[in-house]
Design a protein around this ligand. Structure first.
Ligand code: GLC
Length: 422
């Protein structure tokens, strides 16, 4: 009898595990950069086995700017086809009202994450998204080429430009015709706001809009930084850099055609992959700084999160999925394959990660000190403010107006946008 009861309990338990009472179909939307979608699919396959739910990925273009526009349209239309959105760190204030409050459901796990990242996703006391990885850029450099010409890793932009030119000229003379000195993200989109905030702030030019709401961008150091960058186009950087996003820069770099690259940590694992021509030939360093007063190295803070749509018909299952992908186990899995920086504190002491992706423990202090974009202060006007900024920068780099004139014009536009307050 006892045996029979135990058997029955086991059988019922097994049935529950294999076929949950209410299996549902979920969809998650994510941009496609590097091997991100491939790794997401692997994680979702595990989740499907464990939960019995089915999850589809809706893949959209890698530009955060395009994604943001699409998400806003879907959310405005109350689209219930998307349950989970992969969201950029800067979007929380702008999308908050259309996302589910995760505070109660994640109470048991939030303390595993860095408090500052959880804070960045909290709007008026509501946790609008759970972080899955954080981001802070690196200066990627070709160790082999710097060694060959006895050059050291640059710590100022001036040194970077000088070394880029020296190596490029010598290599080209020796027949390496396609080599460029420096690639970065020069397209007119959110990525350029990240790069340009680094140029400006690292040169003592402030952070566009200061935390107290002051529009500070129209200043001499900021203009000097943009003039410097203008001087790179067509000299150390290919003219095409004006259209590059992350993946175009990585394309040039990973085929061996750049001495330096500014990019996020995801490019580290890919550059060291089995088929990569530069495997083992590069390393990473903090981005350089300017040389004037207040100059200091600056890395823009990035990062991605998962949010549940208010219009999802399966909110509980969607929250369960979000917690699964954000968990320490899955963040470790992701980091080992993508070199994305985890948001779970303990993973910075993980020996497997330190061995496989040594950039991760090295980048802990860099991301903890990274400069946020002014999204918390500009709130719902951030996207417009950022697009005004990257447009002024892109115009300057393209020779359309001087840095000083474009920044004076930008100041007027941002002040108008600010109106009576942000
Ligand atoms: C990276 C960052 C993100 C940023 C984007 C810009 O994906 O993580 O925060 O907005 O690059 O292209």
């Amino acid at each position: 009898m006892k045996f029979y009861r135990a058997f029955l309990a086991l059988a019922v338990g097994a049935m529950l595990a294999v076929a949950p009472a209410r299996a549902v179909e979920l969809s998650i939307v994510s941009g496609d950069t590097g091997n991100g979608i491939k790794v997401l699919r692997e994680m979702l396959d595990r989740y499907q086995k464990q939960s019995g739910n089915k999850v589809d990925i809706v893949v959209i273009p890698p530009s955060g700017t395009d994604q943001f526009g699409q998400f806003r349209l879907w959310l405005a239309a109350g689209n219930s086809d998307i349950d989970v959105y992969q969201t950029d760190v800067i979007w929380a204030p702008q999308l908050a009202s259309q996302l589910v409050d995760l505070t109660a459901a994640t109470r048991d796990v939030v303390a595993e994450h860095f408090a500052s990242i959880i804070q960045s996703q909290t709007v008026n006391g509501k946790l609008v998204a759970l972080p899955i990885f954080t981001d802070a850029p690196a200066l990627y450099y070709r160790k082999d080429l710097l060694d060959k010409y006895g050059a050291k890793v640059p710590t100022t932009w001036r040194e970077l430009a000088d070394t880029a030119k020296l190596v490029m000229d010598k290599e080209r003379t020796a027949g390496n015709k396609d080599l460029w000195g420096f690639v970065f993200q020069g397209n007119a989109y959110e990525g350029l706001t990240c790069d340009a905030l680094e140029w400006v702030r690292s040169n003592g030019g402030g952070q566009i809009i200061e935390p107290n709401g002051t529009v500070s961008i129209n200043n001499r150091q900021a203009a000097a930084a943009l003039d410097m960058v203008k001087g790179w186009i067509g000299t150390i950087a290919p003219p095409g850099v004006l259209a590059y996003q992350e993946e175009e820069s990585r394309g040039v770099w990973q085929t061996g055609n750049a001495v330096f690259m500014r990019n996020w940590p995801y490019a580290y694992a890919l550059g060291n992959s089995e088929t990569s021509p530069i495997k083992g030939k590069f390393d990473v360093a903090p981005l350089p700084a300017g040389t004037g007063e207040d100059a200091r190295p600056t890395a823009t803070l990035g990062g991605w999160n998962l949010a549940v749509s208010k219009y999802s018909k399966h909110q509980d299952a969607a929250i369960d999925l979000v917690k699964f992908i954000a968990s320490p186990e899955m963040q470790k899995y992701r980091t080992l394959r993508t070199s994305n920086l985890p948001t779970i504190k303990a993973l910075y002491d993980d020996p497997d990660i330190a061995r496989e992706q040594p950039i991760v423990p090295r980048w802990k202090q860099i991301f903890l000190n990274a400069a946020p974009r002014p999204s918390a202060v500009a709130k719902i006007k951030y996207n417009e403010a950022s697009s005004q900024f990257w447009t002024a920068v892109h115009n300057t780099m393209s020779g359309d107006g001087s840095a000083a004139d474009n920044l004076a014009d930008l100041e007027a536009r941002l002040t108008r946008l600010k109106g009576k307050g942000w």
